[in-house]
Design a protein around this ligand. Structure first.
Ligand code: ATP
Ligand code: MG
Length: 688
């Protein structure tokens, strides 16, 4: 097997001394803990390439990343390195992906051994909430007389319990105190939900980790699965939760073969059960303790951007040990731009984006970041008006659009006839079938575990007999075990086209989305694989809003800060740097929540390579205020950039003329309200 020796092409790839040492460190467990942009991800990519160059079978390398997109990037990087040095080694890594994606694959492989049906289907968060809702209705908890938590809150509570392993009472007390009175009912509901999943052969996202972790508690199985992988490498380790920790230590109990990298200052997923303790306590979990390596040079950002980001973190309640420096000098400090309102914010950002593009910077090199998905709504309208193509990450996605979910539900039901959420959604698409009339046929299908067989015996609805007949023919065609892929999806889309016009006003736009879905389906080998991968981690091309531009086009990125993790752009614009948005007013309660919001600002700022612009609108238009009607409210600059840090920024107003602090002109309210209505209708088009 080819051996990489020091000085061979791989090590030429411009790593600095500390990075090189981390890549070449000969043993594990190994923890690389370092600040943003210090090359942690690059180091992992090099380490993977090096392992492959040393002859480790790629099939025996498990690479766990935060998103599928991140995994693809990393594999590409490793492949490039290998091509450079050892062109004969294929740069593929079959086991690179997210914890959830890899979990799903392993569970299918070991299903028979652990008592799981290999044909299970996976519910995304929306479907999981719907199934919880069915259970909630069956238990009389949704009668409207009492203010029982809504389905998404129920799911959030359930998910917090599963991911932290904490008892319900504690989860309620810590994170959902307003639901504490419902502890008994919630316990019953969660049991019913668990039973329903088992009966229907479905797993939700949390189950993928739970079952995998459970599998790792079985000594023999853990040994077997652990032995599959000679090396396990994890990026963004600071955002793993207790379950993910259990999985890793189950796979590699003595730490041999285990490499993790992360940054405690970028831990931003505590709200989903991630615990920064995982990374801080990592070394001591082993005897002898894991090797810890630090990287201190930031290669991404200019010195002034880094100084401002470090300034923000210097005010954190917790201390972070890393002193990052950059040797990329620049005269340009990050800009802190005050604008009158969100309309001006959108105009200001667009002007700046276009100016950069004029100067030769592609749209792809630029990104607009925000704390919550809805913060970009106004900007999106303006971008469309200016014909600036964009892709949005986080928030409403192509796959959440109702028509896409309809088509996927048909395929899911064909795949797993016991999936009641899918079945109910599909039946209700048919004319003459409502929630009540769907129950009997649904029961019948579930009992026979066969859609076409179960429906055949049912009387068609009195209105819509022809449609019922066509639906039966479709499900019969989809039933055959040797279903031909991707013919199945073409059949479903053709069938659905008839209903599309009846169900929605804007059928042509939706049809275009479905054509795109059909194309994506064609690259997957089977129906089951298509459904699994799409549910877990859709390819980047369709994570954005419907109508995402083609791959080769130049487009701007819009992203929540959470979804921007690990990425970088030459120019970054951060919207709504005001208290109430960042920190989010959902989180202004506890100190630890506030600290997580501060780290979010740090993550956002450290995405920028050359230009950073932070926008502070002075007032917001608030709608749906029952007591006081729609009105403007005044906002203050985020508390994370107090006076003492202003020297690190170029503080300007836009437009350059001084912004009047006068009370709002009543006429403006109507314009903005109108704009809001348009946005709402745009968003609702995709709503489930
Ligand atoms: P984050 O904390 O945001 O995940 P990271 O520590 O993973 O960041 P990388 O994304 O690996 O950092 O690297 C940041 C940028 O710096 C990338 O553009 C990378 O190519 C570049 N970089 C890293 N190391 C070097 C180096 N030694 N020489 C030149 N550029 C480098
Ligand atoms: Mg990284």
């Amino acid at each position: 097997m080819p051996e990489i020796v020091s000085g061979a092409p791989l090590s030429q790839a411009r790593l600095n001394g500390a990075q090189q040492a981390a890549v070449e460190y000969p043993g594990e467990p190994l923890l690389v803990i370092a600040g943003a942009g210090s090359g942690k991800t690059l180091t992992i990519a090099h380490r993977v390439a090096r392992l492959m160059a040393q002859g480790v079978d790629p099939d025996r390398i498990l690479l766990l990343t935060f998103s599928r997109r991140a995994a693809e990037d990393m594999v590409r990087r490793a492949a490039r390195l290998l091509k450079h040095s050892l062109p004969s080694i294929p740069g593929v890594l079959p086991w690179a992906g997210t914890f959830h994606g890899v979990g799903a694959r392993l569970l299918r492989l070991y299903a028979a051994r652990i008592g799981l049906e290999p044909g299970f289907t996976i519910h995304d968060r929306e479907d999981a909430a719907d199934l919880l809702d069915l259970a909630r209705q069956e238990r009389g908890l949704a009668d409207g007389k009492r203010r029982f938590p809504r389905k998404h809150t129920c799911l959030a509570i359930y998910s917090a319990m599963m991911n932290t392993g904490a008892p319900l009472a504690r989860v309620l007390q810590d994170a959902f105190p307003w639901c504490a009175a419902w502890e008994t009912e919630l316990t019953g509901l969660f049991l019913a939900y668990t039973d329903a999943k088992a009966a229907q052969g479905v797993l939700d996202y949390d189950d993928l980790l739970l079952y995998w972790a459970q599998m790792m508690d079985d000594g023999a199985l853990a040994g077997e699965v652990g032995a599959r992988f000679e090396h396990v490498l994890v990026d963004e380790y600071q955002d793993t939760n207790a379950l993910q920790g259990r999985i890793l230590f189950g796979l590699k109990p003595d730490g041999r073969g285990l490499t993790v990298v992360g940054d405690d200052a970028q831990s931003i997923y505590a709200f989903r059960g991630a615990r920064v303790r995982n990374i801080l306590e990592f070394p001591q979990r082993f005897d002898p303790p894991a090797k810890v390596m630090l990287l201190e040079q930031n290669f991404r950002s200019t010195q002034p951007i880094l100084a401002a980001a470090n300034g923000v973190m210097s005010l954190a309640a917790e201390r972070y040990s890393k002193a990052l420096w950059s040797d990329r000098p620049s005269d340009e400090r990050p800009r802190l731009v005050t604008v009158q309102d969100e309309v001006a914010q959108a105009q200001c950002v667009i002007q700046e984006i276009l100016a950069h593009r004029e100067g030769g910077m592609t749209l792809r090199a630029q990104a607009v970041l925000f704390r919550s998905a809805q913060h970009s709504a106004l900007l999106e309208m303006e971008l469309i008006r200016h014909n600036i193509p964009f892709v949005k990450y986080g928030g409403l996605r192509f796959l959440d659009a109702a028509h896409v979910k309809d088509v996927l539900a048909v395929l899911r039901w064909a795949e797993n006839p016991r999936d009641r959420v899918a079945g109910l959604r599909v039946l209700k698409l048919l004319p003459g079938v409502g929630h009540q009339t769907a129950v009997r046929p649904l029961d019948c299908v579930v009992a026979r575990a066969d859609v076409a067989g179960g429906l055949q015996d049912q009387p068609p609805p009195s209105r819509g007999q022809a449609a019922w007949g066509r639906f039966l023919a479709l499900m019969t065609a989809l039933r055959c075990a040797t279903a031909i892929w991707p013919r199945d999806i073409s059949l479903v889309v053709a069938w659905y086209a008839v209903h599309l016009g009846r169900l929605y006003d804007d059928a042509p736009a939706r049809q275009a989305d479905l054509d795109q879905l059909t194309q994506i389906a064609a690259v997957h080998p089977s129906r089951r694989q298509f459904l699994t991968e799409l549910t877990l981690d859709p390819p980047a091309a369709i994570s954005g809003e419907s109508g995402a531009p083609a791959r080769d086009e130049d487009y701007l990125t819009l992203s929540t800060i959470h979804s921007a993790k690990g990425q970088e752009w030459r120019a970054v614009y951060l919207l709504n740097a005001v208290d109430g948005c960042l920190p989010s007013d959902m989180a202004t309660g506890r100190q630890d929540e506030i600290e997580e919001e501060r780290r979010l600002l740090y993550v956002a700022m450290t995405r920028a390579r050359d230009h950073l612009q932070i926008v502070v609108p002075q007032r917001f238009f608030v709608t749906h205020q029952a007591a006081r009607g729609d009105r403007h409210v005044y906002a203050g600059r985020t508390r994370f950039i107090p006076e003492s840090l202003l020297g690190l920024f170029d503080v300007v107003a836009w437009p350059p003329a001084p912004v009047a602090d006068a009370p709002p002109d009543p006429g403006t309210g109507a314009v903005v309200a109108d704009m809001r209505a348009r946005i709402r209708s745009l968003l609702e088009r995709g709503g489930a």
